[in-house]
Design a protein around this ligand. Sequence first.
Ligand code: SAH
Ligand code: SF4
Ligand code: F3S
Length: 460
Amino acid sequence: MPRYFIQTYGCQMNVRDSEIIAGQLEALGYQAASTEAEADLIVVNTCAVRGTAEDHAFGYIGALKQRKDERSDLRLLVAGCMVQEPNTVAWLRRYAPHVDVVVGTHNLHRLPELLREAEERQEMLVEVWKEPGDVVEHLPSRRPEGVQAFVNIIYGCDKFCTFCIVPFTRGKERSREPKHIVREVEALVEAGYQDITLLGQNVNSYGHDLNPPTDLADLLASLERVEGVRWLRFTTSHPRDFSQKLIDTIAASDKISHQIHLPVQSGANTILKRMNRKYTREQYLDLVERIRQAIPDVTLTTDIIVGFPGESEGEFAETLSLVEAVRYDSAFTFLYSARAGTPAARWESRDPVPESVKRERLNRLMELQYQISWENNQRWVGKTVLAVVEGVSKKNEAMWTARTQHNKVVLLPRQAELSLLHRFVPVKVTEAKTFYLVGEQAGEPLPSPASPMRRALPVL
Ligand code: SAH
Ligand code: SF4
Ligand code: F3S
């Protein structure tokens, strides 16, 4: 059987796309390779969100030339968000003619067809749709073993933040019909999955484009009713569309995660306006206040961009003061990266923040956030929490790494005689660090769902 290897860059949506690529390849008779060297087909699933993500993919694709030189029957396929940019395709044609197939984000379902067509051609086969077609349901997919699964609920993004490439690479917002999502979650539960993460660039917009329209709160309510679902998470939330109804739905539920990822990007109204984020600092803080009031134990996380074109020291100071006011549990912090074709990229050429200033600001922001993360984590010490074991800790092989419903990573000691992998375990937290908690097992793991079919088949 031919073997495939997938290298994935970018966000959870790309991870989910890679599962669909894998499912389609397995339906064609391929098998997963454990290393790149063993593979007969290598897929690079790219991300375009920042220059660094692109550089990694370009470097990886370039390095594959040598593998192809050594083995001419090796097949190379490039997919993902970078492919939607005309410049990438031009680069591939010029510098990476060793690539066999290039497939865009809107026509991933065409992959089997394209692989077949490519067999009859000498030169690179490129198929990239500029616009998305209808949502394609029922593609085979290969999810990882375990109890955690990603489920797409909305594709694309209509927000057009001025710094962001995603609306160009993923197209306009398209929601999946609730019945398809509910059926997928039912099938997942049947296969033993219990910790479900709903995905979209902007999950709060879910359902507005459907007929009849619906929303995320109603979708969550129907998913909660699926028997066997233990935890429901969702990401990412745009602050503008975060409704009171959604807050109340989360507050009333013991299944929906009390962690909310709420990217703020900047604390200065002037920058937020130029970013086209469509909320003010005050509106954001008011939303945080309402969330905290309804869900007192909520953990809040965020994304922040440092060095947006023209960002002054005063504007940056407002980001620091917002971080101090909100006291996030953690923050992903990014250096602004100009994306060709976006409005901010034009401003960057006129009014960039010098690289050294960007880096110095990023360091100050990270230092502040790390201190707050450490302080916030202390409140877990002494508490007993349920956590799902994800694997052996990469840092310390003597420990399991697990995740709580509040999305906190907690490490607990491994006992040789007992595998807790993929189990939900009560953990007593004994210590809190900046990025994770440490604890010990405080009771029996919850019973595993026993299903003979479990993990035997890819979920359709
Ligand atoms: N849809 C999500 C974000 C998706 S991209 C949202 O709106 O919240 C993930 C994060 O990457 C963004 O939140 C932003 O902080 C960062 N990002 C996006 N474009 C960027 C750019 N051009 N430079 C630096 N960071 C960027
Ligand atoms: Fe990008 Fe803004 Fe859409 Fe998020 S909401 S994907 S940051 S355009
Ligand atoms: Fe990257 Fe595309 Fe996700 S640009 S962040 S892989 S939507």
